[in-house]
Design a protein around this ligand. Structure first.
Ligand code: GAL
Length: 673
């Protein structure tokens, strides 16, 4: 069995992507000296090195990588070794131009960037398996090898290819998945607009069409593209398992919903030995630390709650957004340690030494252009020491309070064209509900809609448009057995093939919510509706309203104006031992907080009013004890109540009663007992 943590590491992982091929070897010695100074314990190497490792077909040059791995080993630095299959060399493409992917509009991408791969292409598959085999044979047993890093960020920058090989592969996939072309006709609803197929051979990828194409076909193509990438990952993984038994294999995910939308990480989480993630702050004016917490919680969730590893983040600014602000002093450590709080057994960066050439020369690094006389470097060295002092928490698990249901397939389906309004955005609802839970100081696990929910007192369903009957049965059983459920509008509408469930909306949720929805009534841009509550309180909704017809559910808030005036906006339904809430409009932050206030009361979750705003308090527990993280994102010094005495690991001080956390600082208390 492969390990599930990097082999040979006793503490947390600290380091980053190391691309020494961009520098003369003389620089490598300075690199490892400075890595030791910074407390680096592991680096990722070779991710983009295929052109150097196989300079011409079948001719290999491993000399430089041998010397590099030996040097790192001599200096006690573990290696996360990349299979370089994300960028085949130019000679490969000149020999096999059809391995370059084709966009939906028929344009074939050129060589000269990265990630230009048609995952169905047989020549690519063969060449990738070959270089992976050569690497594994060469480095099996190398003492520096801690884990394998397959490829890089499957799903970006190309999420699907639409070429003829993919068309053939898609047909095979359909035949295996559905058996007959009649089944495909039925499930895709090809009777609509005369799209009936007589044979699999007639089916193509969803290439550009004059107007909107078949939505079920588009959804299946997302599934196919995801499964095809996963097949290639599994091929490489199995080679590595066979040739280097015991060494764990990963590929770096990008779970932040704003960073990759083409990969079903529930499925990928089951295939890797260690879940690893890359996270970059999206600086679009929203609270970046909330988005970070959400991505980290999602990563831990796809790892089934086990420790995972933050394989990339940035020390300061990045270079691929329209505007790339530097991180404020202390922000890097808050970011890194927030990932650790939420389950990462380490913190690694892109990249070690800032490039002087190439597309990423303005992306920050651990060792900036300015060298060691820089703020970033000083903060990196300080962070290395902090990470070292947190070693005891390795292997412990983050404790979650509530669950949010999330499903990539549902998200894909919601993003298809011709919906009731383009202003509804499933990701926005997920972000907003997450933020409301974060502001109530609740730690969130994400859960697949068909997963066991029984350990959560509260389950939130932000916008689960696609829901199987099984998912409906699952949430119903959860409520009947005493759970509290909160469902937001446009959930439970279609099945896995984007076909509307039989009967009134919301098919599999009607019984559990005790209502039906007769009609959607999206609002025009900028329009709002007033909603009045039982105690005379008023809330505001926008984007979406509905004609809700209550069955057994009681109406708690009612639309006070607009087309749906007099209809329920928020309902509550007691079922079995539990309660199910429904909200049929887009509530703002204030409204979501009010709704969650009621729901958490039903769920008997005590309010955490004693915790200051923007102070993240998260616990990890395990055999080595309980560790309380307090991360102060606010500009004020704060105090956080402790339930027990303990030792603060970053300062070494004893802590009891109310823990002082200065503005912008992080404290991690190992509680006694
Ligand atoms: C990641 C990628 C790295 C680097 C980084 C820059 O998505 O894996 O190679 O490009 O972005 O932010």
């Amino acid at each position: 069995m492969p390990e599930t943590t990097p082999t040979g590491l006793t503490g947390l992982a600290f380091g980053g992507d190391y691309n020494p091929e961009q520098w003369p070897e003389s620089v490598w010695h300075e690199d490892v000296r400075l890595m030791r100074e910074a407390g680096v314990t592991m680096v990722s190497v070779g991710i983009f090195s295929w052109a150097l490792l196989e300079p011409s077909p079948g001719v290999y040059d491993f000399g430089w990588l041998d010397r590099l791995l030996d040097l790192l080993h001599e200096n006690g630095i573990r290696v996360d070794l990349g299979t370089p299959t994300v960028v085949p060399p130019v000679w490969f493409y000149r020999k096999h131009p059809e391995a370059l992917p084709v966009a939906a509009d028929g344009i074939r991408y050129e060589f000269g960037s990265r990630g230009a791969i048609c995952h169905s292409n047989a020549d690519y598959r063969e060449a990738a398996a070959n270089i992976t085999t050569k690497l594994a044979e060469r480095y099996a047993g190398h003492p520096a090898l801690a884990m394998w890093h397959v490829h890089n960020e499957y799903g970006v920058p190309v999420s699907a290819c639409y070429c003829d090989s993919c068309a053939a592969h898609f047909r095979r996939w359909l035949a295996t998945t559905y058996g007959t072309v009649d089944a495909v006709n039925e499930l895709w609803g090809t009777a609509f607009w005369g799209q009936r197929y007589a044979d699999f051979e007639q089916i193509n990828p969803p290439r550009v069409t004059p107007t909107v194409g078949n939505p079920a076909q588009a959804l299946d193509y997302k599934r196919f593209a995801d499964a095809t990438m996963r097949e290639n990952f599994v091929t490489e993984r199995d080679i590595l398992h066979r040739l280097t038994p015991g060494v764990p294999v990963t590929t770096n995910f990008m779970t932040a919903l704003s960073q990759c939308d083409s990969v079903d990480y529930w499925a990928w989480g089951r295939e890797v030995d260690i879940v690893t993630n890359d996270h970059y702050l999206i600086t679009d004016g929203r609270r970046t630390h909330v988005n970070l917490a959400m991505a980290a919680d999602l990563t831990r969730s796809v790892a089934s709650g086990s420790p995972w590893l933050l394989l990339e983040h940035s020390t300061s600014g990045i270079n691929w957004q329209p505007r790339n602000p530097a991180k404020a002093p202390g922000q890097m450590a808050r970011n890194s340690l927030a990932h650790v709080a939420r389950g990462s057994d380490g913190a690694l960066f892109f990249q070690w030494r800032q490039s002087r050439r190439g597309a990423e020369k303005f992306h920050s690094a651990m060792l900036p252009h300015g060298g060691t006389e820089t703020r970033v470097w000083r903060e990196v060295v300080e962070l290395g020491a902090s990470i070292d002092s947190l070693s005891p928490l390795r292997g412990t698990r983050t404790q979650a309070d509530v669950a949010v249901l999330w499903d990539w397939h549902s998200w894909w389906a919601q993003n298809l064209q011709w919906r009731p309004t383009e202003d509804h955005d499933a990701r926005e609802r997920a972000d907003s509900f997450y933020e409301a839970l974060y502001d109530r100081h609740l730690t969130v696990d994400f859960a697949h809609p068909e997963a066991d929910l029984s350990r959560y007192p509260l389950v939130v369903v932000p916008a689960l448009y696609l829901m199987t009957e099984a998912a409906g049965t699952n949430v119903r059983a959860y409520v009947e057995n005493g759970g509290t459920l909160v469902v937001s509008y446009f959930s439970g509408i279609v099945d896995e093939h984007d076909a509307v469930h039989e009967g009134a909306y919301p098919g599999p949720l009607r019984d559990v919510l005790g209502l039906t929805v007769e009609e959607f009534s999206p609002l025009l841009q900028g329009d709002t509706v007033r909603i009045t509550g039982p105690d005379g309180s008023e809330l505001t909704g926008d984007v979406w309203t509905e004609f809700v017809v209550p069955g057994d559910a009681e109406t708690v808030w009612t639309y006070a104006d607009g087309l749906t005036a007099g209809h329920p906006a928020v309902t509550r339904h007691g079922l079995g031992e539990g309660t199910a809430w429904y909200v049929s409009t887009r509530l703002d932050a204030h409204g979501l907080d009010a709704l969650l206030g009621w729901a958490t009361e039903d769920a008997r979750i005590a309010p955490r009013a004693d915790l200051p705003h923007d102070v993240e308090v998260v616990r990890r527990t395990g055999e080595s004890g309980t560790f309380l993280f307090a991360i102060n994102h606010s500009p004020s010094d704060v105090k956080v109540p402790l339930e027990a005495h303990g030792t603060e690991l970053l300062t070494g001080e004893r802590a009891a009663g109310r823990l002082a956390v200065p503005a912008g600082a992080v404290r991690v208390v190992r509680l006694d007992g």
